[in-house]
Design a protein around this ligand. Structure first.
Ligand SMILES: *Cc1c(COP(=O)(O)O)cnc(C)c1O
Length: 356
């Protein structure tokens, strides 16, 4: 089956082969080397010189860890859809006062509205969805930077789960403290790992916060890695890390980040053109995601039937998320998918449309 989902994505066979290697001990020199290599390459992917944390959880784990480890007063989440809603829930369920600023459907965060909200209450954590996988919208960090930087106390975290490795993050250019991503989306890895940057400012903030929990305490992950030669506090998904070391090396040193970003954009432009000819792409044209396309179901196709037709041909696509189900469907063009794959995909879609 070929996955055209907004995660998890199909994984290259060379990467899957890494799982055939014998399991290694997590307190060995080899394990340290692996974690160190992951850190160096993730710094390049996030565009940061700050420290990198590896977590044996999916991205949700680090989103929970970030809001809990770095909020002392109250948190604000700038949501573009479902994954922003999730982040607010993670804050509230950890006993943190967490407000939400929702963008209009298909729109990015409005800098003026963000400014209004920040003036009203004393927030010390702002979490922003960078690329919203439910709506196919990419927030514009450049527009938000001048607002957030007025408040020196704020720890700025971004959810780059469906963007890191597919489009530039440039964390240090914008003064972001924490970027969070998962293994199974643009990085083209199997699910099970997540990565976050953790700035010196965020470290200092976390030091002032009590009750950060344990397993998802970002400061513990940071301290342990520093004090124990790049190792993990408990037993990490070590085989997953072996595969991650291999794939991140490929991304940074073989394909190269510039080429990877260009490939994502080319696939996105190609598919969006096709989608606009046959349906209509959802969302404001100024903020469309380069890694996933949310398509309005203007032909009122029955999604289950459509999905069955794809499945007969070895392809998986995704329904619209939550309340957008059936009104939209989503196609991921991320990870190691190629323009050739997208052309094959639209050819099959054309065939299905003739017969459905
Ligand atoms: C997939 C996704 C998540 C959830 O990540 P998991 O790795 O499944 O925990 C969060 N935010 C965004 C934008 C996503 O696309």
């Amino acid at each position: 089956m070929k996955l055209f989902l907004p995660g998890p994505v199909s994984v290259r066979s060379e990467v899957l082969k890494q799982f055939e290697k014998p399991v290694i001990g997590h307190r060995t020199k080899e394990a340290s080397e692996i974690q160190k290599s992951i850190i160096i390459n993730m710094q390049k992917i996030f565009g940061t010189k700050e420290d990198i944390l590896v977590s044996t959880s999916s991205g949700t784990g680090l989103m929970e860890g970030a809001i809990r480890s770095c909020t002392r007063k109250r948190a604000l989440i700038c949501a573009l859809g479902s994954f922003g809603e999730l982040w607010q829930k993670l804050g509230i369920e950890n006993g943190i006062e967490t407000d939400i600023l929702r963008a209009e459907p298909g729109e990015a965060t409005d800098p003026n509205k963000l400014e209004e909200v920040l003036k009203k209450k004393d927030y010390d954590f702002v979490g922003i969805t960078h690329n919203e996988t439910s709506s196919g919208i990419l927030n514009n960090l450049k527009e938000l930077k001048p607002i957030i930087e007025k408040y020196s106390e704020i720890i700025w975290a971004i959810d780059t789960v469906s963007s890191a490795g597919g489009t530039p993050i440039d964390q240090d250019k914008y003064g972001i403290d924490i970027s969070i991503t998962s293994s199974q989306k643009c990085l083209g890895l199997v699910p099970g790992l997540s990565f976050a940057s953790f700035s010196t400012k965020a470290v200092e903030k976390a030091r002032t916060i009590e009750n950060r929990g344990h397993y998802l305490d970002l400061l513990l992950l940071y301290n342990y890695s520093r004090e124990h030669n790049f190792q993990y506090p408990s037993t990490p998904a070590i085989s997953n890390m072996v595969a991650a070391e291999y794939q991140l090396n490929y991304i940074v040193n073989e394909e190269g980040l510039e080429n990877r970003f260009k490939r994502h954009l080319t696939m996105s432009n190609y598919f969006k053109d096709w989608a606009n000819k046959n349906f209509e792409v959802f969302g404001n044209k100024k903020y469309l995601s380069p890694t996933i396309t949310c398509v309005k179901n203007t032909k009122n196709l029955n999604f289950e039937k459509l999905s069955d037709e794809f499945s007969k041909r070895g392809i998986v696509i995704s329904n619209g998320y939550g309340s957008m189900a059936d009104k939209t469907f989503r196609v991921g063009h991320m990870g190691d998918t190629t323009l050739g794959d997208m052309k094959e995909f639209t050819k099959i879609f054309d065939e299905i449309l003739k017969n459905i």
